[in-house]
Design a protein around this ligand. Sequence first.
Ligand code: FES
Ligand code: FES
Length: 168
Amino acid sequence: MSREPNEDSRRFLVKLTLNGKERTGYCEPRTTLCDFLRHHLGATGTHVGCEHGVCGACTVNVDGKPVRSCLMFAFQADGLQVNTVEGVAGEDGRLSALQQAFRRHHALQCGFCTPGMLISCQDLLDRNPRPSREEVLEVVSGHLCRCTGYVGIVNAVLDAAARQRELK
Ligand code: FES
Ligand code: FES
């Protein structure tokens, strides 16, 4: 992180790796990571709801861990790997196993919670290929979904886990 030369002295240069590609932008010290992603880097897949760390809509993966990007300053991500919902599908656009399961199980309606849900649930599957229903419930309990009643989401995660195990 460095100050932007010859410009507003409150702005800093932030360099990070977003979904595998190096990206840079200038922001104020108070700029949150979610605002930096959306407004400075154009990565609007990450949604912003409560801005208080409660709803989970803004969840992104930073250096291998899901974080609330509304509770992190952009400059704190300087030099780190940030993965968002835009990076979940394959480079050819093929949906991930988890995304396909969300579609099969009607695990989204308005889709507002979905980017954060996918990031947290994929993290669970990466850490634990055989999660119990209770373990999935614990993860999704960190995300507010006002549409689905959660049943489809939990079933989708369990289904994706089972299919991923079959492929191994
Ligand atoms: S917008 Fe970050 S947790 Fe709600
Ligand atoms: S699908 Fe609408 S909030 Fe979850």
